[in-house]
Design a protein around this ligand. Structure first.
Ligand code: ADP
Ligand code: MG
Length: 684
């Protein structure tokens, strides 16, 4: 069999099953070889019954002694019972709802039983053990089995035997992507050996070593791709922003004292701005830590030095809000701020574009409309992107290219686990604002069930009567944003007629026109609206300190980091704030709710998020426009990631364009992986 052969040529795979494999993205023998098991189940240990330990999961070999009892319990469950003897001792085996087992057991042969042995006072018992004839060729028992990601209708056995078949009939070995030098340095086994160790694991250690090798390779490809993206930028020179001392005047003019963390980060940024190598810095700070003013300080230095600066936000609401705040702030210093966003009229856009081009605007705020071809800057020296996790890597570089290698600052409120930030940003410098402005009270958070509904409504009413405002966040509807918007509208209508008749209730969602959304947000900020029923469009950045209550409907549908982001909309003023999450039961959901109720610390929450999502659903990798990881685990493979990163740097310093023959397979792989996610042509 050849690597490129269709999966249908594999023994036992017909048309129907091939379709199931296709659902997993497996079309060829090679695809299946790289459909790797996530973990193993160790069924290798076999023990005599007399050596069993209560609660252990093992294999026992023996013959059926005495009769097989098959009956239906009162609950109409079919029960099959037998006694097994290994010649010395006996053990009981029971199956529920598996009447066919009786036929298998009748044969009088010797069997292997794999399951959990539980001591029942007189003898051991196994419930629903895996059973197979001991013919020396153990397929399901007596060995270590790989456990694959699968799909409905395709059993582990199907995948296992297909993989075994391919491995035993393959006449060519898959090509190694890692350059030989990298394999040597890391003492890696050859790729083919690794694949065998994964599909036919002989030991847990062998499996893990092979998994690490492939995880390393994944990280290696990913980081080579990202590094190459970053390389383009390094060729640019940035404009040094010479006047940073003036920031102290800026700080003095503020109505509050900057926190120590804000001052430290501003100092770190200032040191970068002075240089002609472009700043490449990530400012990471929990919601409400005051990132905007830090950005504004840098923009101020840029304006005072005679240059433009650009702030790009992921949503129109957020862009508008930044615009409003920065405009009044910079007006007092005599600088002009303009907004550029998709929702503006043609005439408004024209006017903004003109000011951006002729330099009459020093402070430029906008959405991704800023990346469009029609925008020409006069002399941008600083480019800031806010709430970075919403942008793809490619978008970020595009804006930087427009800024001709300007200094870049990235601000993120979602604390990105270190593994991910290393992957996403590579050699990006990181500043952390690890302190909230004084006087912030932690948000009290509760997870409640539906039966508390009327009490929660009373609680909202009481807070509004005290002069506060509330958000009600509508459930996410997976299939479509349109449906989510529709449900928000309907929900708001219902609330207006029922629980909150007395109050002013408005609805907000992504399908409302930008201008109208701005109006709604303005009147909410002014206090004209008591309750804002909204989809997650309020998730980022919106700042209404008088809103102190947030109710999140169907909180189980939101991820932890998203819940934390949402909750960050309250607790921004001097009043005590409350977050109430309605949640349907479910193990993961309960776990999430517990964490939310326990901590306000965004870093802890994001680490937990990563852990709970586990392998397979890697934290936003795809949202960032990066290829998916199949083997590597961001929560646990930190060491491998760092090793891969160093190794990539070494390799690229020797062969920056990957043109040596030994590096060609890697280059092809990187191009292919990044093309899959729309990052075409990065290596050319
Ligand atoms: P985020 O980091 O979430 O973007 P913002 O920049 O929106 O936070 O700041 C949140 C609020 O805190 C704003 O109203 C801002 O004016 C205020 N703020 C920022 N820094 C301070 C400070 N040092 N002292 C008091 N209030 C501050
Ligand atoms: Mg912000």
């Amino acid at each position: 069999m050849k690597l490129n052969d269709s999966i249908q040529f594999v023994k036992g795979i017909g048309e129907a099953r091939a379709k199931l494999f296709a659902r997993l993205g497996i079309h060829t023998a090679e695809d299946l070889l790289f459909h790797l098991p996530r973990t193993i189940e160790d069924r290798s240990q076999t023990k005599p019954i007399s050596d069993l330990i209560d609660g252990e999961t093992v294999c026992v070999q023996g013959a059926v002694a005495g009769g097989i009892k098959a009956y239906r319990s009162r609950g109409r469950l079919s029960v099959t019972q037998a006694t097994v003897s290994d010649g010395e001792s006996i053990m009981k085996v029971i199956w529920f709802n598996a009447p066919y087992i009786a036929q298998t057991l009748k044969s009088g042969l010797e069997f292997t039983f794999f399951g959990k042995a539980v001591w029942r006072g007189q003898c051991f018992e196994m419930v629903n053990p895996v059973v197979e004839v001991c013919d020396g060729e153990g397929r399901k028992t007596g060995r270590i089995l790989p456990v694959y990601p699968s799909t409905a209708g395709l059993s582990q056995t199907h995948i296992r035997s297909a993989a075994e078949n391919i491995l035993s009939t393959l006449t060519e070995a898959p090509r190694d992507i890692l350059p030989a030098s990298v394999i040597d340095e890391n003492h890696f086994m050859p790729l083919f050996t690794a694949l065998k160790n994964l599909h036919l694991p002989q030991s847990a250690q062998g499996f893990e070593a092979a998994r690490e090798r492939l995880a390393f390779e994944e990280f290696f490809v990913l980081q080579t791709g990202i590094h190459t993206l970053g390389e383009e930028r390094k060729n640019f020179k940035a404009i040094p922003i010479k006047n940073v001392k003036c920031i102290s005047d800026f700080a003095k003019a503020l109505p509050f004292e900057l926190t120590a963390a804000q001052k430290r980060v501003i100092n770190e940024i200032s040191a970068d701005l002075l240089k002609d190598t472009p700043m490449n810095r990530l400012v990471q700070g929990d919601v409400g830590s005051g990132k905007t003013i830090v950005a504004a300080a840098a923009m101020y230095a840029s304006a005072m030095s005679g240059y433009q600066s650009v702030l790009m936000a992921p949503t129109e609401i957020l862009a508008m809000q930044h615009f409003k705040n920065l405009k009044s702030l910079f007006l007092s210093f005599g600088f002009e701020t303009v907004l550029l966003s998709g929702g503006m009229t043609a005439a408004e856009k024209r006017e903004a574009l003109k000011k951006i081009k002729d330099g009459s605007a020093q402070i430029i705020v906008g959405t991704h409309a800023l990346i469009s071809d029609t925008v020409t800057f006069k002399n941008p020296a600083l480019v800031i992107t806010d709430e970075q996790h919403r942008f793809g890597v490619r978008q970020r570089t595009l804006l930087t290219e427009k800024g001709y290698g300007a200094h870049t600052l990235v601000m993120t409120a979602t604390p990105i686990p270190r593994t991910l930030s290393l992957i996403l940003y590579g050699d990006l410098d990181i500043s952390i604002i690890d302190e909230l402005p004084p006087g912030r009270k932690p948000i009290e958070t509760y997870s409640v069930a539906e039966k508390m509904r009327s009490r929660v409504n009373e609680f909202i009413a009481k807070n509004i009567d005290e002069g506060r405002q509330a958000y009600i966040i509508c459930p996410l509807i997976e299939e479509s944003e349109a449906l989510t918007a529709k449900s928000a509208v309907e929900y708001a209508e219902k609330l207006k007629k029922t629980a909150f008749k007395k109050y002013s209730v408005e609805v907000m969602h992504g399908k409302i026109k930008a201008a109208e959304r701005k109006q709604i947000m303005d009147s909410f900020a002014k206090g004209d609206i008591d309750i804002l029923v909204s989809t997650t469009v309020v998730e980022v950045g919106v700042d209404v300190p008088n809103a102190t209550v947030m109710v999140i409907e169907n909180a189980e549908r939101f991820g932890l980091s998203q819940l934390h982001q949402l909750r960050g909309r309250i607790g921004r003023g001097k009043h005590r704030s409350y977050c109430i999450m309605f949640c349907e039961s479910g193990k993961i959901a309960q776990e999430r709710m517990k964490i939310m109720c326990k901590t306000n610390d965004g870093f802890k929450i994001s680490e937990k998020d990563l852990e709970l999502r586990g392998p397979g659903e890697f934290f936003g990798i795809r949202q960032h426009g990066l290829p998916e990881l199949k083997v590597a685990n961001l929560a646990t493979d930190m060491d491998l990631l760092i090793r891969a990163k160093e190794s990539v740097q070494n390799l690229l310093s020797e062969d920056p364009t990957l043109s040596k023959p030994d590096n060609k397979p890697l280059k092809e792989k990187v191009c292919q992986k990044f093309a899959e996610v729309g990052e075409n042509g990065i290596l050319n």
